[in-house]
Unconditional design. Structure first.
Length: 114
């Protein structure tokens, strides 16, 4: 089985970062959320695939943690106006991802620097 894992990692290494970069720049909100979830899984299970490319991925993840006014809309609820933020879920996942990257990958970066 270890041979299969190494072969799979080699395939992932060539395509994972490009796929995440494209999906995190996608205009569709759900695609960006799925990319962040995929990145979260990779950070937990295969951080060695992500660490060399943190310089590319981290700005994209941090960009998703910003409130985007175009995703906030007002909804009438009876006589009241209520603001609904369609980007809230993506921001939550993004902030969770920043915490995960700092927790999971920072240790690897520190060890590699020593």
């Amino acid at each position: 089985m270890p041979d299969l894992d190494e072969a799979f990692d080699a395939v992932l290494k060539t395509s994972l970062i490009d796929m995440l970069r494209v999906m995190l720049a996608d205009p569709e909100l759900e695609n960006r959320r799925l990319a962040l979830t995929t990145l979260n899984s990779a950070a937990h299970n295969k951080p060695d695939l992500i660490v060399p490319n943190l310089g590319i991925l981290l700005p994209l993840v941090m960009n998703e943690s910003i409130i985007k006014p175009e995703l906030v809309r007002e909804v009438m609820m009876g006589p009241f106006k209520h603001k609904v933020d369609d980007g809230l879920e993506v921001r939550k996942v993004s902030r969770n991802q920043i915490c995960t990257l700092s927790r999971e990958c920072l240790l690897i970066v520190i060890i590699e620097c020593l």
